[in-house]
Design a protein around this ligand. Structure first.
Ligand SMILES: [Zn+2]
Length: 272
């Protein structure tokens, strides 16, 4: 399986990343795409040897300038950068003013199109503004990562041709129940799975992990919840979502031996 979104450069993984990666492999998560939330984090993800996205999260839009876009463009030339992002709108926390968020979201969309790269999109409490902006661009390959919205938002995303990323939010009995129903409306060739580690630990995991930290090894837990919601075998969903991820991000795992992603060896430079 492929975890399409994990924040493995987060300090929560500083002390035991090799063990985290080993547990992921043991759980059948063969590939991890590390989410880049700033230029610095995107660069760090590449240094660690992972597949990564390169971009700036809307929380950090206020710190962007034209040099930011040039840095992302440069990072995007790396063979392990599989998408531009994460970029988008976050009207939940509002860490950056909306005009800044919209400007740097648009600039990253432009860049993705210019470079013909998939886009890794974030939208939180930003419907319908998010779709209005995406609609202005000719986006061909993109995922609405960590989808948490309602039916209307889902329809809007699917109409835009977006893939839909489902996280452990769907395991949350307080705020994710609607997703158990909505996930049935996602076409089979549009569904992707992600943990968003270390955030969004599935709330129904017993026992809860230490410090409630989420990690890629918990992706199969999300898979099983999705499979139950769809009334279909987990193996089928695993195969489909893996195929979808490969297709969207152009990941060819048979070719990956010279491109370390989640091997402990890839971390030696930093450990030294
Ligand atoms: Zn996000």
């Amino acid at each position: 399986m492929i975890d399409i979104g994990a924040n493995l450069t987060h300090p929560a993984f500083r002390d035991d990343l090799p063990q985290v990666l080993q547990r992921a492999r043991d759980a059948g998560v063969s590939t991890i795409i590390v989410t880049g939330t700033t230029v610095e984090e995107s660069r760090k993800a590449l240094e660690l040897g992972f597949y990564a996205t390169a971009g700036v999260h809307p929380h950090h839009a206020r710190d962007c300038n034209s040099a930011t876009i040039e840095s992302i463009r440069e990072l995007a030339g790396h063979p392990r950068v599989v998408a531009i992002g994460e970029c988008g709108l976050d009207f939940n926390r509002n860490y950056s003013p909306h005009p800044d968020q919209e400007l740097w979201f648009s600039r990253q969309l432009e860049l993705g199109i210019e470079l013909n790269k998939p886009l890794f999109l974030h939208s939180r409490d930003a419907h319908p503004r998010f779709s209005q902006i995406v609609k202005q661009f000719k986006i061909e390959k993109a995922v609405a990562h960590c989808f948490t919205g309602g039916r209307e938002e889902l329809r809007a995303n699917l109409d835009l041709g977006l893939y839909i990323g489902i996280t452990g939010w769907i395991c949350d009995e307080r705020r994710g129940r609607h997703l158990l129903e909505l996930v049935r409306e996602v076409p089979r060739d549009r569904l992707l799975l992600e943990t968003d580690s270390p955030y969004l630990t599935p709330r129904d995991m017993k026992p809860q992990p230490k410090a409630r930290r989420n990690e890629p090894a918990f992706l199969p837990h999300i898979l099983r919840t999705v499979a139950r919601a769809l009334g279909r075998p987990a193996e089928e969903i695993a195969a489909e979502t893996t195929r979808n991820a490969r297709q969207l991000f152009g990941i060819d795992e048979s070719r990956s031996s010279d491109e370390p992603r989640s091997s402990p060896a890839a971390q030696r430079p930093l450990a030294a």
